[in-house]
Design a protein around this ligand. Structure first.
Ligand code: IMP
Ligand code: MG
Length: 180
């Protein structure tokens, strides 16, 4: 069972729901009377985004972008590439990037600058988790769920080597799993 690889639960389903509700409330207030393109960063944001998107009451469009920086390990490479573009035209639109976790900031700062070249009205960042201890780029999320310590988290979309995304909670991965 994949649960056996988890050191302890960091955020359970009830806590996650409260975080999502709280973020959605702020977004609904900030963007009232406006339209937004919600740009999920594949694949880690999908579970969070599915929950968040259904709580939005503003007029919004859904799109996805894929960038890779990590390779397959637990350390960010800093070498970001866009591997799937948005399919919608974001010119003259407000864009909200949705990500699972902001770590070094390399991925999101690259995506943000990249999207800004497509003439949007604005680009903001919404991340479920923030790991500020590892930051390499001076980037602050506009919407953030929970600050996390320097440990490797999985579940609710977050993966280690593409595994554990299906856990309904966020857990701390046992060190022995990734030090093997
Ligand atoms: P950054 O470019 O270093 O900010 O990397 C952000 C990406 O690294 C996220 O989208 C995640 O996919 C991944 N990441 C960073 N920390 C973790 C973690 O604790 N668990 C799972 N993925 C992580
Ligand atoms: Mg990932």
């Amino acid at each position: 069972m994949i649960n056996d690889d988890i050191e302890r639960v960091f955020l359970d389903e009830i806590q996650l729901r409260a975080i999502v509700d709280n973020i959605a409330e702020k977004i609904n207030l900030d963007y009232r009377d406006q339209e937004i393109v919600v740009a999920g960063v594949l694949k880690g944001s999908t579970i969070f985004l599915a929950d968040l998107f259904r709580k939005l009451t503003v007029r919004c469009y859904l799109d996805f972008i894929t960038a890779s920086s990590y390779g397959s390990g637990v350390v960010s490479s800093g070498n970001v590439k866009i591997t799937k573009e948005l399919s919608l035209d974001i010119s003259d639109k407000h864009v909200l990037i949705v990500e699972d976790i902001l770590d070094t900031g390399n991925t999101l700062s690259y995506i943000k600058e990249y999207l800004k070249t497509q003439n949007p009205l604005s680009v903001k960042i919404c991340t479920l988790l923030d790991k500020p201890s590892k930051r390499q780029k001076p980037l602050k999320p506009d919407y953030m769920g929970q600050v996390v310590p320097d440990c490797f988290l999985v579940g609710y979309g977050l993966d280690y080597n593409e595994e554990y995304r299906n856990l309904p909670y966020i857990g701390i991965l046992k060190e022995k799993v990734y030090s093997k």
